[in-house]
Ligand binder design. Structure first.
Ligand code: FAD
Length: 475
């Protein structure tokens, strides 16, 4: 009888322990992917992720075909589909790599139990992390809540990483098994097609991921410590969507970086960022309401002030602060935003506009191609000040000085906010400070061609600090 290899967030052939074990079982393999929009509830994949998923599945399907196997696509409740298929085909074993989202863990536990009752074994593996969250504990036996000691404990476990090879062939067991057509899932946007800017930027799939990693390690990794904060340069790896969908594993990245990038500040800083991803997963695993609830309970009484109009201004990149608007438009047009700018726009939403971080988290969930429950929740809480090892609340980014510091010549702003193209460097991050004749020469009427700031920085800062101290007073 056949075995099932259930692909989830591991859409690759190389360093895929579940796939390798399934092929080594000697039995014919059914390679399965299930699109389950029910189990995740409000965390069902957003629009941009669905675009990515479509292309990633197409790539995986083609690679499997080269090995002789077919990717079976099914849509619906994963519990029903996986347990149903196993019993229908008399499968003795089901292989998968673990997921860490609370809803996925709960579902997988039920599937395991049901399979066992039916005499079928679930064999599960670590395909997504450098170390399992339960294997890294503090001296007291509890989970790490602070990043630096976490990373110090993690790094020694990564020294001997040796990624697994891709199987050289897969004996297909899917004859007679129904598969949906990928196109019938309608994962791509049609009218309007808001993803026209995605294709030129991204190559979803394992080959695209590997090419990205190799180029980054060759060109940019050495200078990463200096360039990673400059949104106008190509200073970061852009591996995040590939990592989220498991087209590449953190083990492959770590191994490749250590063997191809000379030791030094660049490499060290890059590996620390991979460590931040692990830390986020560690947090999500141990604090499973991280996506919905303040990690620091004292934030539960925070006086958020939701205003639909300013929220819309933020989502559309119409706040009047060029660095914020550039980031929000880069996000909309490409499904990705530079990390420095993510921090600036998130700080702006939660502190200048006093809008609950969960609104920002949801917007990112829908618009990011790398939308990732652990990273998104941990990062939003980090910026909002409510998270574990978070930025102190009173550190409120000034969007003008942030722009001047990290996008000095305004290249990034000019790319994403073209109406400001002709504004001299001196005013590019604060157009409202430009004299009337300068604005006129640049062809800009504020309030018509580009918005005036929707909040005054100094006043917004005072308001945010007052909101925060009301919290302290209440505590
Ligand atoms: P690089 O700088 O090349 O870093 C390499 C890898 O390390 C990344 O691909 C990512 O997997 C990991 N990494 C880097 N920075 C972080 C970080 N701060 N936290 C956790 N992991 C990190 N990242 C996501 O993958 N998905 C999200 O949904 C997400 N939401 C975010 C929301 C906010 C408000 C903020 C401030 C950050 C968020 N991040 C998220 C983290 C970070 O911005 C992205 O991982 C990074 O910008 C991706 O670009 P890159 O691959 O070029 O990163």
């Amino acid at each position: 009888s056949p075995v099932i290899c259930w692909f989830r967030q591991d859409l690759r052939l190389a360093d895929n322990p579940a796939l390798l074990a399934a092929t080594q079982s000697g039995a014919p393999v059914i390679c399965l992917y299930v699109l389950d929009d029910k189990t995740p509830g409000k965390w069902a994949r957003g629009g941009a992720s669905r675009w990515w998923l479509h292309h990633s599945l197409a790539a995986l399907s083609a690679s499997l075909e080269e090995l002789g196997a077919r990717l079976v696509l099914r849509r619906g409740d994963a519990f029903e589909i996986v347990t149903g298929l196993a019993s229908e085909l008399g499968a003795q074993r089901v292989f998968w790599n673990r997921c860490y989202e609370p809803f996925a863990r709960e579902r997988d536990t039920s599937i395991k139990t049901r399979l066992k009752q039916a005499g079928c074994e679930a064999e599960t593996f670590n395909g997504a992390l450098l170390i399992e969250p339960w294997n890294l504990k503090t001296k007291d036996g509890g989970p790490y809540r602070v990043y630096s000691p976490y990373f110090r404990a993690l790094a020694p476990h990564c020294d001997d990483i040796a990624p697994l090879p891709a199987p050289s062939s897969v004996t297909d067991g899917s004859q007679g098994v129904h598969s949906d057509a990928l196109s019938s899932w309608s994962l791509l946007p049609s009218s309007p097609d808001w993803a026209t800017g995605f294709g030129p930027v991204w190559t979803p799939g394992e080959d695209g991921a590997r090419a990205r990693l190799e180029t980054f390690c060759e060109d940019a990794a050495r200078d990463y410590a200096d360039t990673r904060n400059l949104p106008g340069t190509d200073g970061t790896s852009r591996l995040s969507p590939h990592l989220h969908f498991g087209e590449i594993s953190p083990r492959q990245i770590w191994h490749h970086a250590v063997s191809h990038v000379p030791a030094g500040k660049g490499r060290e800083t890059f590996l620390k960022e991979i460590g931040w991803r692990e830390f986020s997963y560690n947090l999500l695993f141990h604090f499973d309401d991280l996506p919905e609830s303040n990690y620091q309970a004292k934030f539960n009484g925070f006086p958020w002030n939701f205003d639909e109009t300013v929220f819309k201004n933020w989502t559309r990149g119409q706040t009047g602060y060029p660095i914020v608007d550039a980031g929000m438009r880069q996000l909309w047009q490409t499904g990705w935003m530079h990390n420095r700018v993510r921090m600036i726009v998130a700080s702006f939403l939660t502190k200048h506009l006093l809008i609950d971080w969960r609104r920002g988290e949801e917007w990112f969930w829908d618009t990011l191609v790398d939308a990732d429950l652990a990273n998104n929740a941990a990062s939003w809480q980090w910026v909002a000040g409510s998270g574990a090892d978070a930025a102190p609340y009173f550190r409120i980014f000034n969007p003008v000085t942030q722009g001047e510091k990290f996008d000095e010549a305004g290249h990034y702003v000019r790319e994403w906010v073209p109406e400001l193209t002709n504004l001299p460097e001196k005013y590019i991050h604060a157009p409202w400070t430009a004299p009337a004749d300068v604005l006129a020469r640049a062809g800009i009427t504020l309030g018509r061609d580009y918005p005036k700031p929707i909040v005054d920085h100094a006043r917004a800062r005072e308001r945010a600090l007052a909101a925060f101290s009301s919290l302290k007073d209440a505590a």
